[in-house]
Design a protein around this ligand. Sequence first.
Ligand SMILES: Cc1ncc(C[n+]2csc(CCOP(=O)(O)OP(=O)(O)O)c2C)c(N)n1
Ligand code: SF4
Ligand SMILES: [Mg+2]
Length: 351
Amino acid sequence: MAVETHGTGTLPQIKGVKDVPYDELFVSGHRTCQGCESALVMRHMVKASGPRTIVLGSTGCMYVANTTYYTTPWVVPWMHTQLGASGSAALGTAAGLKVLMRKGKIKDEKINVIAFCGDGGGADMGIGAISATLTHKDYNSLILLYDNESYANTDIQLSSQTPYGAVTTFSPSGTTHRLMHTRWKKNMPGMMAAGHPESRYIAAGCAAYAVDLMNKIRKALELGGPTFVHTLDPCPKGWDYHPQYSQELGHLAVETGIWPLYEVIDGVCNLTGPTRQIAEGRKKRKPVYEYLKRQGRFAHFADEDVEHFQATVDKMWTEWLIPGVIPFTVPQKDQALLRVEKKPLHEQQTA
Ligand SMILES: Cc1ncc(C[n+]2csc(CCOP(=O)(O)OP(=O)(O)O)c2C)c(N)n1
Ligand code: SF4
Ligand SMILES: [Mg+2]
C-alpha cells in the first residue's frame, strides 16, 4: 500500500542484519544489569533512528542506570523527564522544534523526537499524556514503551503489565495465597491502536527480533505524526533467570503467542515475524509452559495456574477479533452483521 509520509526517506527499511548500520549511538557507560533487554532496545532504537535524534526518557531503569554520575551511554542529545511525562515531553519537544524552525532560529530539517518510558511510567502513570500526544497529528514524535513487566528500578513492583500470577516484591507467593496477582496484562498497544485514529503507526516489537524492531522504529519515524511502539523486554533481575537467556526468552514470548508482533499502519493491522507465521499456519504455537518454566517468577505455579495461562492465551488466538491485538469476540450469529469473516486460524492447537 502506498502511504504518504512526512519522512525524509533517509530511514529506509533494513533488509537483513548485513544492512544494519554500524553506527553506535548508545555505547558503554551505562550500568544496566547483564542481559538487560531494555538496554538493547535503547541501542536498537537509536541505531535505527540515526544521529539526528533527540531522546527523552522518563524515570526508571533506562534513566537511572543510564546516567550514573558523570557517565552516560547516549551519543545523541538526551533529557530526563518525570515518570508519567513521556507523552508531554514528546509533544512539547516536537512543538518547540517546529516553532524554532518556523521562526528560522534553527535549520529546518528532520529531527527525530523519541520519548521512552517504562511500563510503570507509560502503561500506568503516564497513559493519559501518551493518549493525548497520540491525538496531536501535527507534531512528529515517537513514544517507545519499554516493558520489563515491573517497576524494576525501585525493586520489581507489580505494574499493569506484570503477567498473571508472577511474583514481584508486591506479589510474593505465600502459604495462604499461592498467587497474589491474578489480573491479566493490560493490552497497551492494542488499546493505543484501537483508540487513536490520528496516530499513523502503532506497533508491538521485541529486541530478540532486532531487525523487525528497528524497521518498526524507522516506519514510525518516517510516517511521522505521533506514533507508538511497545517492546517486551526480558529482565533477568525481575523475571529471575540467568542473563544469558534474555534473547531466548524474547523468542519464547513470541513463539508461545503470549506477545504477538504486529504493526498498525493507518488503521491496517499487519502481523509480523513468527506471529504472522503462526497465524498463517506455517509455525505451531509453543506451549506457554516452555516460557513460564524458565523464569523464577513463575516457579510457584501449580498445574492449574499453567492451564489457566494457556487457556487465556489460546482464547487470544482463537476468539479475539484480531489474534493478540483486538480483544473483542463476535458471536456466531452476528458475524455476518459485523462483516467479520471469523475464519479460525489454521491450527489452533499448541505444538
Ligand atoms: C511520580 C513518581 N513516583 C514514584 C517515583 C519512584 N520511581 C522511580 S523509577 C520507578 C519505577 C518505574 O517503573 P517503570 O516505568 O516500569 O521503569 P523501570 O524501572 O521498570 O525501567 C519509580 C516508582 C518517581 N520517580 N516519580
Ligand atoms: S532490573 Fe531489569 S530492566 Fe532494570 S537494568 Fe536490570 S535487567 Fe534492565
Ligand atoms: Mg518497568
